[in-house]
Design a protein around this ligand. Structure first.
Ligand code: BGC
Length: 250
């Protein structure tokens, strides 16, 4: 029997949701997206989440939520691209107070990885697979023989006294107005750095820029297979919903 869960993907730029058929890994309602409020305080973001629940007539039904943060035991332990007041927020308490029901919580890139490993480019792939989401930041979801190793944060590896997501994310490309070849070379250097650390068998590139893979593919020479996410930018929503369903155990 298929299970329907509202998947919510909270990001630095937008908050998106759709109802997901978690068994088949597909959206069964149109994706709705609102801009992330500025400043993105937890209560401001929760009012957008409330709107998305109402839009989908989903009160009291199962919800899975992805966040752009380290999530341990449902507590937020990093806030790189959202307001710093998210630090140490207990998501169970926040949802009880602001939404009036419970939900399941996971890092956004781990969620996207779960979706791609089960229904997308990583389906049936053994060995070391890394999902990288190239959006406002860089998120990472690491899998070994299909098992998730959560909260890896490979976008925060040090680079030039800063971190890699400030150079190779899609927002860095837009902010610095880089050409595809300039940004592709940055991304290539980053992927070669990843190779030294992990020797992955497969890297799946997600985020909105995965749609444009053909524009930068030729600049990538890292010695592993590199593919665009097959669920494009919906993987985060689908994986967040799957994390809340019985069809996945992480
Ligand atoms: C955060 C990660 C997140 C990624 C993508 C990074 O800045 O630290 O937790 O997965 O952005 O949203």
């Amino acid at each position: 029997m298929s299970e329907h869960v509202l998947g919510i993907d909270i990001g630095g730029t937008g908050v998106k949701a759709a109802v997901v058929d978690t068994e088949n890994g597909v959206l069964i309602t149109p994706k709705i997206k609102y801009p992330t409020p500025k400043p993105s305080h937890p209560s401001a973001v929760m009012s957008v989440v409330n709107k998305l629940i109402d839009d989908n007539d989903w009160r009291g039904k199962p919800i899975g939520c992805g966040l752009p943060s380290i999530i341990r035991n449902n507590v937020v332990y990093s806030a790189a691209n959202i307001d710093k007041t998210w630090m140490n927020v207990n998501m169970d308490e926040l949802f009880a107070r602001e939404i009036g029901q419970d939900a399941f919580f996971i890092n956004d890139a781990d969620a996207a990885g779960i979706a791609e490993m089960t229904h997308g480019q990583g389906r049936g792939v053994e060995g070391t697979v890394l999902m990288l989401t190239l959006g406002t930041g860089i998120g990472s979801g690491l899998f070994r023989d299909q098992a998730l190793i959560p909260n890896t944060e490979f976008g925060h590896l040090e680079h030039k006294k800063s971190i890699w997501e400030h150079y190779a994310s899609n927002s860095a490309r837009e902010r610095k107005e880089l050409s595809w070849s300039e940004w592709g070379s940055e991304l290539n250097e980053y992927l070669n750095h990843i190779d030294l650390l992990l020797s992955p068998d497969l890297v799946i590139l997600g985020g909105g820029v995965s749609k444009k893979f053909a524009k930068y593919q030729s600049f990538l020479d890292a010695p592993f297979e590199i593919v665009p996410a097959s669920m494009l930018n919906n993987a985060g929503i689908i994986g967040a919903a799957m994390n809340a369903s019985k069809s996945v155990l992480v």
